[in-house]
Design a protein around this ligand. Structure first.
Ligand code: COA
Length: 277
């Protein structure tokens, strides 16, 4: 494992999957300003590497992330004044935004505790898989604040209204299984099988046309806020823009299906022929 200068983030690349870990297990991987700065740098360093096709965000030890660091992110910046508070917010929100629009497909692998601020990067990742044993909580109400840092937005985006309201107001945790039932994550599996399942999903993504994947993930996020007509128009233009990056991809796929009859798009991806991402 490689680590960031202060050791708050660890990462390695294995067979084109970048495994990026919150690395403050003793502090349940809560997000300090140092961690936020270092995570931003690691994400930037990995984003356009040719040997990275998919990025997985997970946590070392018992936690995915226990949210914002109540001491270093909240109390210590408050003691330094508004400028420090805003700077810390920009650093945190900055890398979550980067994740939302990341060039490569991203997967959150929620191995344990996932609280409050951690919902930002959870939503930032395109897909999310949890351990059955994981615990998800909007604990803010338990210590006297509202779910900020995007967390209220995340549950409003991902959960039905009543469930979002209950989750935010009651301060009760969801298990990984419940989080999957409620739609906060795609699936949950026993912790012992989590990495295997995520590796399997990442492997499928690695077999898809990377230009199409980027266009697809951006499209799914963008159209949420558009009218139907605007979305239709955006999608025409987004596909044409994608064609300008990789006009040959769809032609080759069409050839393999119509002429060569070597694959069926309804049943899997066409052969990329060793094409790098
Ligand atoms: N901010 C600052 N420190 C935190 C933290 C956070 N969000 N979450 C955990 N820690 C620290 C604890 O203070 C403790 O530090 P210490 O060893 O110096 O005393 C250490 O991490 C271990 O935490 P502990 O509470 O002993 O672990 P646990 O396994 O018994 O419980 C949690 C785990 C996640 C349930 C518990 O730590 C917790 O409730 N954390 C806060 C979660 C939260 O409300 N986050 C929302 C922030 S937006």
């Amino acid at each position: 494992m490689n680590t960031s200068p202060n050791g708050t983030v660890a990462w390695e690349i294995v067979e084109r999957i970048a495994w990026v870990k919150y690395n403050r297990p003793d502090k349940r991987n809560c997000m300090s300003p140092t961690l936020n700065r270092e995570m931003a740098q690691v994400l930037e360093d990995l984003e356009f590497r040719e040997d990275v096709g998919v990025l997985v965000l997970t946590g070392e030890g018992a936690a995915f992330s226990a949210g914002m660091d109540l001491k270093e992110y909240f109390r210590e910046t408050a003691q330094q004044g508004l400028g420090a508070i805003r700077k810390a917010q920009r650093q945190a929100y900055g890398w979550w935004e980067r994740l939302r629009w990341y060039h490569k497909p991203t997967i959150a692998m929620v191995n344990g505790w996932c609280f409050g601020g951690a919902y930002g990067p959870l939503f930032g990742c395109d897909l999310a898989f949890a351990a059955d044993e994981a615990q998800f909580g909007l604990s803010e109400i338990n210590w006297g604040i509202l779910p900020g840092g995007g967390a209220s937005k995340v549950v409003s985006e991902l959960l039905p209204f009543r469930k979002a309201m209950y989750h935010a107001m009651m301060g009760e945790n969801l298990t990984g299984r419940q989080a999957a039932e409620w739609g906060l994550v795609n699936e949950s599996v026993p912790l012992t099988l989590l990495k295997e399942r995520v590796t399997e999903v990442a492997g499928v993504l690695l077999g898809k046309n990377p230009v199409a994947l980027r266009a697809t993930k951006d499209a799914i996020r963008r159209v949420r806020e558009m009218t139907y007509d605007n979305a239709e128009d955006y999608l025409i233009r987004a596909q044409e823009a994608a064609d300008s990056f990789d006009g040959e991809g769809r032609k080759e796929a069409t050839r393999q299906f119509i002429d060569e009859k070597s694959f069926k798009p309804g049943l899997g991806a066409y052969d990329l022929g060793g094409r790098p991402s």
